[in-house]
Design a binder for this molecule. Structure first.
Ligand code: B16
Ligand code: MG
Length: 218
């Protein structure tokens, strides 16, 4: 049987950090004199920090010099780090540890494929770091999702062919990246939003051992 690998997105799949990203972006928007809504924050899921700031400034109709832009990127991240400071394992989304344990028990290689540059400290805080054989995040890529780069590097690090990798993703851009890499895409969240995914579940509580076993045999 050919080896299979599993790749997990971080924000929205393993932990719900979107709410902390939202608070940090909203604080910056408010300081710049405009509102930023939860609905608008949906556009930021899976999107790099730089692109998020570009979109935020478009929303607020704000122009910035390169120097100011870079300073706001730093400000946002300082605030975000303060919001996630006290994160612990209670913030891991339901049944994620069950699925990770099932894969580990079956000796399946596991990677992280995230746009976040804060992925490693978050995994440390929620005590899931030991599950991951490879961590590919915003520090390792030159092209953001929907480009498949992040997942292709993860597959290579795991030593698994792309078409034998399974990707869990909550963002449209992430599903598109997994599909572009010819991987098996599994959407976590609203099926209407993630309609391009091969399989879809609202969360990991819906993913049973039968389904995982079938994937391992595929
Ligand atoms: P950072 P993911 C993404 O993580 C988030 O969904 C997105 O909202 C965020 O802007 C991006 O990481 C960058 O995060 O500012 O921590 O580098 O969903 O790809 O795990
Ligand atoms: Mg995500």
């Amino acid at each position: 049987m050919q080896k299979i690998g599993f790749i997990f997105d971080l924000d929205g799949v393993i932990v719900d950090t979107a709410k902390y990203h939202y608070l940090a972006w909203k604080k910056l928007a408010n300081e710049l004199g405009f509102e930023f809504t939860k609905e608008q924050n949906e556009m930021f899921k899976g999107v790099s920090r730089k692109r998020c700031l570009e979109i935020l400034l478009e929303i607020g109709n704000v122009t910035a010099s390169q120097e100011q832009f870079d300073a706001w990127m730093v400000d946002k991240n300082v605030d975000y780090l303060a919001y996630i400071e006290n994160m612990d394992e209670s913030e891991v989304l339901p049944d994620v540890p069950r699925v990770l344990n099932f894969l580990k028990d079956n000796h399946i290689p596991i990677a992280l494929g995230s746009a976040s540059k804060n992925a490693r400290p978050i995994l440390e805080k929620v005590k899931l770091l030991p599950f991951f054989d490879s961590i590919v995040d915003g520090n390792n890529v030159t092209k953001a999702k929907p480009d498949p780069e992040v997942f292709l590097i993860a597959a290579e690090n795991l030593g698994v062919p792309s078409n034998k990798c399974v990707v869990f993703e909550d963002a449209v851009a992430g599903i598109q990246a997994a599909n572009a890499a010819h991987m098996i895409s599994i959407g976590i969240g609203d099926q209407k939003v993630l309609s391009e995914s091969k399989y879809n579940f609202n969360d990991f509580t819906e993913i049973d051992t039968d389904f995982l076993s079938k994937l391992l045999r595929s």
